[in-house]
Design a protein around this ligand. Sequence first.
Ligand code: ADP
Length: 254
Amino acid sequence: NFSIQLENSSNDELGELADSIQSLANELNHLKTERNEFLASISHELRTPLTYIKGYADVAKKDHISMTDRVNYLNIITEEVTKLTTLVTELMELAQLDNNTFTIQKQWFPICDSLKKISTIILPSFQESGITLRMICPENYQILADPIRFEQILINLLDNARKYSPRGTITTVKVKKENADIKISIQDEGKGIPSKDLPFIFERFYRIDKSRSRELGGTGLGLSIVKELVDAHHWKIEIASEINKGSTITITAR
Ligand code: ADP
């Protein structure tokens, strides 16, 4: 632990210096704790799929196992490898964001065209989940954004809307203008987010229901990446949510 102690003599300047150094030391301690917690989470998140892979590979090798069971085990192994791949990809993404080695390349483009492309990508998974995807986007609205990052933000948010909503519900994406701003909202009719969790929802690895998220292929990193990408555009993101009614995530772009 870092700690600084200076004699606070009658000298005001020395006192101020001591205070500044102490607050720097506190900040460093805080960063160190955060880094340790992050590393512990990563280790845990990596270990879980590895444990499954090892376990099922061991059983699949046994002589008495039927072909059907073996195929089932191999399928589980494939799923776990997919989860690991997603996790590693997202961690690399975060590392880039932290390092500032990534750049936002903004350009003007028609927002509806981009949303149409996004819906083509995401529609099959919505259909499979029995959720209707509705898009309300007045033609000819232009947005100044990095088109690839914009897609990434929307896909992440839509994927959450799908993952945390029951069959038979509707997810609505709405684009509207408010003065110079463009507001994009993603509204689902899903399980909602308890208000006590809302302040932490953008934190890395924060998940309300860990096992449910994991089952759905979630890593707990999606929203933290979204937040960083939104910040990099100097946009704003807000969440309004009601338990068992649904959530609305609104991005304000300008
Ligand atoms: P994950 O990979 O687990 O989905 P995210 O960072 O995208 O991680 O989201 C963090 C957590 O926030 C999720 O695990 C889930 O509990 C909650 N969450 C995110 N989006 C929604 C939503 N639209 N409806 C309900 N809960 C949500």
